[in-house]
Structures are given as structure tokens and as C-alpha cells.
Design a protein around this ligand. Structure first.
Ligand SMILES: *[C@@H]1O[C@H](CO)[C@@H](O)[C@H](O)[C@H]1NC(C)=O
Length: 309
């Protein structure tokens, strides 16, 4: 059991750091909601403007995580070309996954262009949800028949209007937990599928639909497969909670030196879109292969970190 790291001091510290950002978020969401009616008339301008607004909000929270709270994010893998549009897939461990992907988006000059698959219910949340809607987030129920109109709208912006985008989704659809891992193992055994290590078996439907549509967008050149890994002290895949990322100082200071001892790593691979299979079955198998490799990579990372500590 690791030492408790939250205290009255860190809660007050968190509130002090986060309050100005929250006020700014509220202002940004009000502004984005105000843009919503103009989407019909000036879709390109609204896309650009909303991207700028979003970029400032996200850069700020990234700054809180990395600079104020001392999170050191390490990266490895393929270089991601500056300004390139892509389909981005990743494993899902916790809230902080968002910072891992943003760290790479900032380096690639695509922070404001990140569009995340999100839950449809968010559209009902005044300002925050409307903001995401104005920005063109795909808001989905994961019932693919119901989501068709929404996806057509999102894909249309990218294919016919050539909007630069990182279209991001967590292919497992949910966060990794040991209980879900057990369920996934059972499902894979029943369905004769390979169970990837440290991961849940990916949902293939959304990925296949996305790739098939975005093939029609010549500026979308690649699929980026991101693998996210954490460690806290000697606890593998232990990510901080959202509040911890905002309130704890010195997140990456080692436990020997009295810090929480978090390690954050993201590994990126780039696959040119034209090298992916064209048929549905082939694409689903391609994603499955990525997840098996991802599991092998995670196993190596785990061993590497265990040796280092
Ligand atoms: C939006 O931004 C892109 C560059 O990212 C630019 O080429 C385009 O003209 C802009 N469109 C509008 C309507 O501002």
C-alpha cells in the first residue's frame, strides 16, 4: 500500500490552481455554444475558431499537469508528421490518458484539431456539452444504427470540407479493470479470439466504420496506434485520478524522495492508411493484431520498469 499523498494542503492547492482554469472553461463553453447557430452558415470558420478556443483550454490543463504538477511524460515510437490528419486509437486506463495523447498532439501541432468520440448524453449538458457539439465531437451511443446520422455528419466535415483532424477513440470503449479483463478473457475463449495481455479485446465496429469513411478524405493519411502505460511506485498500470492530476504536486517525483512516484509513458506507431486492408473482416483482424502487439509491448514495458525500480 502506497503512502497517502492527498491532504488538506493538496486539496486547497488543487482548488487554487483549477479555479481560474474552470472559469476559463466556462467562458470558452459559453463562446462555443454561441457559435453553434453559425455552424450552418459558416461551417469552416466555426470549425477553425472552435479549434482555437479548444486548443487554449486544453493547453492550459496540460500545463497544470506537466508544469505545475510536475508530470514527466516520456514518449517512444514513430515520429508523427507535423500537421497531419489521422485516425487515432489508444488503450484506455484512466483520465490521464487524455494528457498522454495531448502531449503528442501538441508536438504535432494538432492540439486544437483533436476530436474525441464522446457519449451522446453530453449533448444535454448545458455549455460543456454544447461546446463539444459546436466543435464537432462525434457524440455517439455506440448503437451503430442510431449513430449513423451523427457519424455521417462528423465524417462529412472531414471528407468534404477537408477539416484537419485527429479523430480519437479508445477502441476498448471502456477503462481497463481487472474485472473487465476477466470478462474479456472469457469472451475471447468462447469466441476463439486471442486475448491481448494487459488489455481488453477491442471493439472493431467503430474502427472499421471510421477507416472506411475516412479513406475518402485524402488528407487523412494514417492511423496512429498509441499505447499508454503507467506506474506508481511498483504498481503497474496505476494511473492517478482526475483530481490527483490537478491537485498533487511533483507527480513524477519518486517515492524514495517523498513524491507519489508516477511514471507516464506513451508509445506511438504510425500506419499509412493505404496499407490497411480494405474489407471489413480484414480491418477487424488488423485491429485485433494491433491489440495483441500492444499487449506484448506493455509486457516488455512492465518488465523494464520493474527492473528499473
Ligand atoms: C481554416 O483554417 C485553415 C488552415 O488550418 C485555412 O486553410 C482555412 O482557409 C480556414 N478557413 C476559414 C473559413 O477560416
Amino acid at each position: 500500500m502506497a503512502k497517502p499523498t492527498s491532504s488538506l494542503f493538496t486539496h486547497i492547492r488543487g482548488l487554487t490552481i483549477v479555479t481560474p482554469w474552470l472559469l476559463y472553461l466556462l467562458l470558452a463553453d459559453a463562446l462555443l455554444s454561441f457559435l453553434l447557430p453559425f455552424k450552418l452558415l459558416f461551417p469552416n470558420a466555426v470549425y477553425n475558431l472552435s479549434s482555437r478556443i479548444a486548443s487554449s483550454v486544453w493547453r492550459w490543463i496540460q500545463h497544470i499537469f506537466e508544469s505545475f504538477n510536475g508530470a514527466t511524460i516520456t514518449t517512444s515510437g514513430d515520429p508523427l508528421p507535423y500537421g497531419e490528419s489521422a485516425v487515432v486509437i489508444a488503450n484506455h486506463v484512466g483520465w490521464s490518458d487524455f494528457y498522454m495523447i495531448q502531449a503528442l498532439a501538441i508536438r504535432a501541432g494538432m492540439l486544437g484539431r483533436c476530436r474525441w468520440f464522446a457519449k451522446i448524453q453530453l449533448r444535454m449538458v448545458p455549455f460543456l456539452g454544447w461546446g463539444l457539439w459546436a466543435m464537432g465531437f462525434p457524440l455517439v451511443s455506440r448503437n451503430w444504427a442510431k449513430d449513423k446520422a451523427e457519424l455521417d455528419r462528423v465524417f462529412n466535415g472531414i471528407t468534404s470540407r477537408k477539416w484537419p483532424t485527429w479523430l480519437i477513440s479508445f477502441s476498448e470503449a471502456t477503462r481497463f479493470t481487472p474485472k473487465k479483463y476477466t470478462e474479456s478473457k472469457k469472451w475471447c475463449a468462447d469466441n476463439a479470439k486471442p486475448q491481448p495481455q494487459h488489455l481488453l479485446y477491442p471493439r472493431t465496429k467503430g474502427f472499421v466504420t471510421t477507416v472506411q469513411h475516412l479513406r475518402n478524405a485524402p488528407h487523412v493519411k494514417a492511423v496512429y496506434d498509441m499505447t499508454i502505460a503507467y506506474q506508481r511506485g511498483d504498481q503497474w498500470q496505476h494511473a492517478p485520478t482526475m483530481w490527483e492530476t490537478l491537485s498533487l504536486p511533483q507527480l513524477s517525483r519518486s517515492q524514495q524522495n517523498g513524491g507519489p512516484g508516477y511514471k507516464f509513458h506513451v508509445h506511438a506507431r504510425r500506419f499509412p492508411l493505404e496499407e490497411l486492408p480494405y474489407d471489413e473482416e480484414g480491418l477487424a483482424r488488423w485491429l485485433e493484431d494491433r491489440w495483441v502487439e500492444k499487449g506484448e509491448w506493455l509486457e516488455e514495458m512492465k518488465a523494464e520498469w520493474a527492473d528499473a525500480s
